[in-house]
Design a protein around this ligand. Sequence first.
Ligand SMILES: [Zn+2]
Length: 472
Amino acid sequence: MKSKKRRQWPLLAGACLLAACAVIVIGKSPFGSFSSWNAVKDTPAAATPAPTPPPREALEFRMVDLDRGWVKYADGIEATEDGGGQWQPAAGDVAADEKAVDGSLTELLSLEAGSVSAVGSSPNPNPNPQTVTLGAAALPVKQTQFLTPRIGWALPANSKDAKNPLLVTADGGQTWVDGMTAEVKDAILKEKKHLQQLAKERELYATKEAAKGIMSAKWKLVPESAAPGDAVLVRHDEPGTITWLNKTYTLQPYGAGYFTYLPISMSAKPGKYPIGDQTLTIVPKKFETQYLKVTSEMESMKQDTARIAADQKKIDLARSKSEPEFLFSGPFVKPIEGILTTPYGYTRYVNGKYDSAHMAVDLAAKEGTPIKATNDGVVALAESLYLTGNSIYLDHGMGLFSQYAHLSELRVKTGDRVKQGDIIGLVGTTGFSTGPHLHFTFWAHNVQVNPDLFWNTTPFRWVQQAQAKPKG
Ligand SMILES: [Zn+2]
């Protein structure tokens, strides 16, 4: 914003707005000549054209953004780029882009309509007052405009009496100031930041309707119904924590909301659980059983508990911290187009003995097949481990990790930033593996969740289809 460094107008009362003052003003200004209705006549020697003489009557105004707007006079238009602190003769057609700007502002603000705003909650009780409160006085106005529920401008009925072309409010019209104060400037900057956060979050949802449905709610569970092995994305409009199955999750700020994943572990009991003012429904799900035969040499691998424990320490450390933001915006992609040999959640028996539940997917493919990063993230660990062979953990932020095991070759190292689709390694059969395949896992807060939830979508799009829940 080029107007940031501009200085406030010196305090000039109406009475001294004469040519003598003008010299001082212009001499002090790093921006050369500018003017407002109370401003000054440039000297003929100056290169820029002479502005109009004060005082004069402002006819109408329009703010097109929180810092940009114009005031029309009988003899010309003046524009501001700092919310109304300073005004300059407008160059060109100032009104040309106004529809696009305040249209998108309205759209952004409509997303959270009904929700408590992060900036404060003073709704504007009267968007078109006849008088406004300036200090102790009630001042008649001929036009007012609010761009947000809190930030508004007013054109005094007798604008010749005012120091500045417009009065400004930052508290929804309860109090007004003549010109720009540090408080109002700060409030406008905060509101701008909030609008940027709304825009940033809006981008994550599939449609404007989906964004509005989620961003206008106090609490939102995405989705509202899940099965063991799933994850749920929770959004709240304020900071806080959620206790879920005896664990506490901190809501992290992102966009205009606060988020966490809730992993639904395999042991979660079907039923209804209150989360904030919402209800999470856990529905039952049946998983298949798989019987595997491995050589006795391979079977004995699992007995090297010291080696396994040492690896586990590294893995735990890598997954112990995650970036406190979503590192992706686009959909997750399958890392390879392999044949699904073991789906998620299979109860596995190895050589006739119960082994574990398979909390990942196995995708069989030729040795050397390139493996893509499922989405943007940071390499939390890329190392040769005993059971999982050459392994990669990618941090996608907010406690979500993807894991790639049994690789023949690693193409990234710990700390690397990757983009969705980057080749991070090659398919192999290193570690506890019966043949070339990719063992792929998603982790949400250290719980292995179902990868099928993520393909070609993101958690922000796990909004359920119209839930036609008949009442009663
Ligand atoms: Zn596997």
